[in-house]
Design a protein. Structure first.
Lengths: 266, 294
């Protein structure tokens, strides 16, 4: 679907984190995180609860200001800019156009009281779309892409099942064709068969649209299925990083070995 | 003791000064909701405490006051507010739209065109147009500040998705001076076009919510809509049964329990002056057929 990316552009990272850290008073949530994310690349951040991965995601998506280090993002005009230096209006604009954010709890990412069509259309209306017919057509084509029956376009998401809500949330985020999507435990709280279907859908969309994504998860299966690279966090530090298959098949750190070996055999 | 029981127009001068400062700021930033220290008034919230405070702050001894409630000069709310200022300010009162210098209104804009020098004061129950879509006040203020108004169209989208047309018929959101989205108080959307480029000053007071906002004279006021679902006025498709007017906003008056109903002008001053000029309606209360949307 998506045009092959310009190779010159692919050389340039989309998001760069340099020694990023966050303290809550004396408590260090995470520190010294550095990496570069390239267009079309999916990075998984894995680790147990309290390892700092959700804080890291909030730092990367400019919802929290880092206590140390900095996060830069390559804007659509090709200029790499420090997120802390963006004005609030620019940051919010980025958030509803060039970025997507998939919450673990779909109720946080959706407007539960308005119809699915309006949920998908909201970002379009926010960037100035003013034609009801076109907004509705776009919304219904996106519902199709995330495998939601278009007959339910006028139903509120509170009448949807958990898996459908999650898929609707993805459609709502992707409608403005963002370049980077943040996902916080996107499959958390869903049962296994629904998880499998959602992961399959996300993998297809990510490769079709050439999206870059940062996926925070404690589920190594999600990391294996979706991501190209994995970062393992423990106690606020990145302890191991590498290609997904390499890290999961041949973990070096004892903690990563423990994580990998704690997966129940299928 | 010779001191008067009340200051002129009830409120003390310091309070009026505070309200006037809020009004000036509101006029300087058309459509922006200016917070003010709303006082308790000798009437319950919802009866026009905001409008009364604005009127009290701008009223001078030479002013001629008209008060309407749903277009009517003779409902309880209109009469008591008119009497209130007649007593506490001693100003002249009138029911004539053209003679008045200050018109306090609930839910209507008079049919007779307003002229320069007049002030229209609206009583506002809920000043925040985004309230029902985004309940967080901190968030709606930020949205106003950054002019993020996509959400307002979500409401109109929902209307069309559910009813096939924009079913919002009152408190229809408008964009003032191409910047702030504003709730024109619960006036019928029939009146929205009258706000646009109006020669009179329009002031809005919300007492319970402690907000004042304004439309200065000759300001652009645009009703929000979609390209393929443009804004339309809504009016019952019938002439006034008393004066025969075909262009005024109508009230439906139920006349018996057998389905008899009469459509009459909601603006009583407009209807009366037309009848004085010799216009007559059918005076029929036979059931009307309502215009269907489509």
């Amino acid at each position: 679907m998506a045009e092959p990316q310009d190779p010159m552009q692919d050389d340039q990272p989309l998001l760069v984190a340099e020694n990023v850290g966050k303290n809550y008073g004396r408590l260090t949530a995470c520190r010294d995180v550095s990496f570069a994310l390239y267009p079309g690349e999916v990075l998984a951040v894995v680790g147990e609860s309290g390892s700092g991965k959700s804080t890291l995601l909030q730092l990367l998506s400019a919802q929290l200001a880092p206590s140390a280090g900095r996060v830069s993002y390559r804007m659509r005009d090709g200029v790499l800019r420090d997120l802390a230096g963006l004005g609030e209006a620019e940051r919010r604009f980025l958030f509803r156009t060039d970025w997507g954010y998939v919450h673990q709890d779909a109720a946080q990412g959706l407007r539960m009281a308005v119809s699915a069509g309006a949920n998908v259309g909201e970002r379009l209306m926010a960037v100035g779309w003013n034609h009801y017919g076109r907004i509705r057509d776009t919304a219904s084509s996106w519902l199709e892409r995330v495998e939601i029956d278009t007959a339910r376009i006028d139903d509120a998401p509170r009448t949807y099942s958990g898996g459908m809500r999650q898929r609707l949330q993805i459609a709502r985020n992707l409608v403005t064709e963002p370049r980077l999507v943040f996902m916080d435990e996107p499959t958390g709280g869903l049962d296994v068969s629904v998880q499998a279907r959602l992961l399959d859908l996300m993998r297809n969309l990510v490769s079709e649209l050439g999206l870059a994504a940062i996926v925070v998860t404690h589920d190594l299966a999600v990391a294996r299925l979706l991501s190209h690279r994995v970062m393992v966090m423990k106690g606020g530090l990145v302890i191991e990083t590498g290609l997904t298959d390499q890290v999961l098949d041949d973990p070096r750190e004892p903690y990563t070995q423990l994580l990998v070996s704690s997966i129940l055999p299928a | 003791m010779n001191a008067p029981a009340y200051n002129f127009a009830y409120l003390d001068e310091q309070t009026k000064r505070m309200i006037r400062r809020a009004i000036l700021k509101a006029i300087a930033i058309p459509g922006y909701q200016v917070p003010f220290a709303s006082r308790e008034m000798p009437m319950p919230y919802g009866w026009g405490t905001g409008g009364v405070q604005v009127t009290a702050a701008i009223l001078g001894p030479q002013d001629v006051l008209k008060v309407i409630d749903q277009g009517s000069d003779d409902t309880t709310n209109a009469i008591s507010i008119r009497k209130f200022f007649g007593k506490t300010a001693g100003v002249a009162t009138t029911t004539s739209t053209t003679d008045a210098t200050v018109i306090q209104t609930r839910h209507r804009i008079p049919e007779a065109p307003l002229h320069a020098g007049q002030v229209l004061v609206y009583q506002v129950p809920i000043p925040e147009p985004l309230r029902f879509l985004e309940p967080r006040e901190t968030e709606t203020r930020r949205m106003h500040a950054l002019a993020e108004y996509g959400l307002m169209h979500v409401k109109l989208y929902e209307d069309i998705a559910r009813f096939g047309h924009i079913a919002t018929s009152y408190a229809y959101p408008v964009k003032v001076n191409a910047r702030y989205v504003m709730d024109p108080s619960p006036t019928p959307k029939f009146d929205n076009p009258k706000m646009d480029n109006c020669p009179a000053l329009q002031l809005f007071g919300a007492g319970r919510e402690k907000r004042i906002y304004a439309i200065p004279p000759h300001t652009d006021v645009v009703s929000l809509d979609f390209e393929d679902h443009p804004f339309t006025r809504y009016r019952f498709n019938a002439p006034c049964a008393l004066c025969g007017a075909g262009d005024s906003y109508l009230d439906e008056i139920v006349t018996d329990d057998k389905g008899g109903r009469m459509f009459v002008c909601s603006d009583t001053d407009y209807c009366e002056s037309r009848r004085l000029a010799g216009h007559r309606g059918s005076e029929s209360a036979a059931p009307h057929k309502e215009r269907a949307h489509g």
